[in-house]
Design a binder for this molecule. Sequence first.
Ligand code: UTP
Length: 297
Amino acid sequence: MKRKVTKAIFPVAGLGTRFLPATKSVPKEIMTLVDKPLIQYAIDEARAAGIKEFIFVTSRGKGALEDYFDEAPQLEQSLRKTGKDDLLETLQATNMESGAIAYIRQHKALGLGHAVWCARRLISNEPFAVILPDDVIAADKPCLQQMVEAYEEAPGCMVAAMEVPKEQASSYGVLDVKEDKGALVSLNGMVEKPKAGEAPSNLAVIGRYILTPDVLRNLNKKHVGTGGEIQLTDAIAAEIAEERPVHGFRFKGRRFDCGSKSGFLQATVSFGLERPELRDDLMGYIQNVVSQQKAAE
Ligand code: UTP
């Protein structure tokens, strides 16, 4: 019988160098879009998809991330006393069930594949999800939920996919498409960060995955790939080479690359405009700035 996806790995052990100096002391995943840290968006998405166990692969300096998930009884008490019920509700929505979170350390940033492999002992013989919190996806139905539903019809491995401009393909894992069936795409292979002009398509892998334990076995080989890192893309591509099913899944939604400054700023504006209490103010400000810039040109 096919197993349900109830565990998710959140690899958060990267160095976050693109956000230095902030990431000298603040984990990238704690940085906030409006008022919610990136990690909370990822957790909310995982919960909506039916995930019950949350496995964080962390590293030195990520203490604030672990603290974030502790309950805050004093704060809750003070909000209760002062009648700030909506804030209390917001705070309580972030509480996690005891034992639902596990932390594993990646001793050295050897790559995303290595980070996922570090969590191998917490995954038994079952499919699992991987969520990269710096890919934030705004969608009516959360992206991982879309994937879990599609997975019912297409078991094996599944990677979220999105069309990107050809000239940007070399920043991503790229799909070599065998058959394009619309939302689902079957594959001949996958290439991590292909050289300019060598990308097999413009369908790029985005940070949501449903994987089989076979991928962890492939990662056991510790094959070093592009950039001298142990790449998750290579371990998934090895599944295709073994003729086990791997699908790309074109999700519905808007993805923000919050690992980059520009993507993070775009997400901040976009999520700000979604908030009814901020929308008018923010829109007025943006219009003002744009017209001042135009006048100055
Ligand atoms: P990135 O490629 O964005 O790297 O990792 P990074 O270190 O976070 O950021 P920059 O490029 O230095 O600014 C993608 C995801 O994989 C995780 C990161 O934490 C992030 O969620 N990762 C990457 C690890 O957990 N371990 C690694 O060795 C590499």
